[in-house]
Design a protein around this ligand. Structure first.
Ligand SMILES: NC(=O)C1=CN([C@@H]2O[C@H](COP(=O)(O)OP(=O)(O)OC[C@H]3O[C@@H](n4cnc5c(N)ncnc54)[C@H](OP(=O)(O)O)[C@@H]3O)[C@@H](O)[C@H]2O)C=CC1
Ligand SMILES: Nc1nc(=O)c2c([nH]1)NC[C@@H]1CN(c3ccc(C(=O)N[C@@H](CCC(=O)O)C(=O)O)cc3)C=[N+]21
Ligand SMILES: [Mg+2]
Length: 292
């Protein structure tokens, strides 16, 4: 049984990115920059934003954060995004989700310049991914999942049966598309799926993106299967502290699976590393435009 070390893999990826950032600065005088827009003060989002700001700067990129009050209107937020779209010193824009209920998330995502959409959530980018076009900005968490799977299984995923649990636009659907592109046989499951344990037992690889703490049980996992736990759930322990747990019943599943990503230290750090990679790609695209 292997515990897939996402923290280490993410650190190695960030080190490679740092070299490319330094080269970009010295050869073109361009420093990749990422702006995160946060509306309101969701505590879980704050942790993510804090990690992201620190890691962006650590690899030599510019990080800025725009905090807007929870009661800010949709039109004020859309104007802010338009200003960032027109600001050539900003290469990547990330609007932290979820947004307050009075704001239409899809309208906000649609307002982001697809070339600066480092989350890969804009319909132009999800369409490119769906069509198998190179040049899509690929959503960070799905990208991180696939990197961890390929690293563990040695690159070629042809013919592997993957069961994805969850069909959100930010994790389930895009991770399924990426794995299809890797020639996997992909089953997408969700809350209306019948006999989910039975379906999961067919899988060589299970990707759990459900949002329910310790939802996936040991007897759902075929012996030797690879388990990717995307879930980030904050639960209160018996001594009243918060801890993070995934969507997989980790302590039970480690007994029989072939490999598993821990929470924390699995997919989460890869999400941030892939965000930095997308920011570098967005900055590189502005240079190739300039030189022709
Ligand atoms: N590690 C990271 O970097 C990231 C982690 N996350 C975490 O990943 C998890 C999933 O996130 P996200 O995709 O945004 O979540 P959503 O809530 O948007 O989607 C959850 C999905 O799980 C399905 N589901 C819910 N209950 C069941 C059930 N009983 N049986 C089967 N399927 C079920 C839902 O089905 P239906 O569509 O039918 O409602 C839905 O498709 C969360 O814990 C989140 O915090 C998210 C982003 C990044
Ligand atoms: N526009 C947008 N894009 C996102 O990608 C996005 C978002 N909104 N909203 C929230 C979710 C969640 N998410 C996480 C990323 C990293 C960690 C992460 O770094 N986790 C660490 C530890 C964190 C800790 O210790 O609290 C780990 O799992 O080891 C967690 C969660 C990105 N999301
Ligand atoms: Mg959601």
């Amino acid at each position: 049984m292997t515990i897939i070390d996402g923290k280490l893999t993410a650190k190695n990826l960030r080190e490679k990115l740092a070299i490319e950032v330094a080269e970009m600065k010295s050869e073109y005088g361009v420093q990749p920059s990422l702006t995160v827009v946060m509306v309101g003060d969701d505590p879980a989002s704050q942790v993510y934003v804090k990690n992201k700001v620190q890691q962006t700067q650590a690899i030599g990129m510019i990080s800025s954060e725009i905090n807007m009050p929870a009661n800010c209107s949709q039109s004020v937020l859309l104007d802010q995004i338009k200003a960032l779209n027109h600001d050539s010193s900003v290469h990547g824009i990330l609007v932290q989700l979820p947004l307050p209920h009075h704001i239409d998330e899809s309208a906000v995502i649609a307002a982001i310049d697809p070339n600066k959409d480092v989350d890969g959530f804009h319909a132009i980018n999800s369409g490119r991914l769906f069509n198998g076009d190179l040049g899509a900005m690929v959503p960070c968490t799905p990208q991180g999942c696939v990197l961890l799977i390929k690293q563990h299984l040695g690159g070629d995923l042809s013919g592997k049966h993957v069961v994805v649990i969850g069909r959100s636009n930010i994790v389930g659907k895009p991770v399924a598309m990426l794995l299809l592109q890797e020639n996997c046989t992909v089953t997408i499951t969700h809350s209306r799926t019948r006999n989910l344990p039975e379906v999961c037992r067919q899988a060589d690889i299970v990707v759990a993106a459900v949002g329910i703490a310790e939802f996936v049980k040991a007897d759902w996992i075929k012996e030797g299967a690879t388990v990717i736990d995307v879930g980030i759930n904050r639960v209160i322990t018996h001594d009243g502290k918060y801890k993070l747990v995934g969507d997989v019943d980790y302590q039970a599943v480690i007994e029989g699976c072939g490999a598993i990503t821990p929470v924390p230290g699995g997919v989460g750090p890869m999400t941030i590393a892939c965000l930095l990679k997308n920011t570098l790609l967005a900055a590189q695209a502005t240079i190739s435009k300039r030189s022709v």
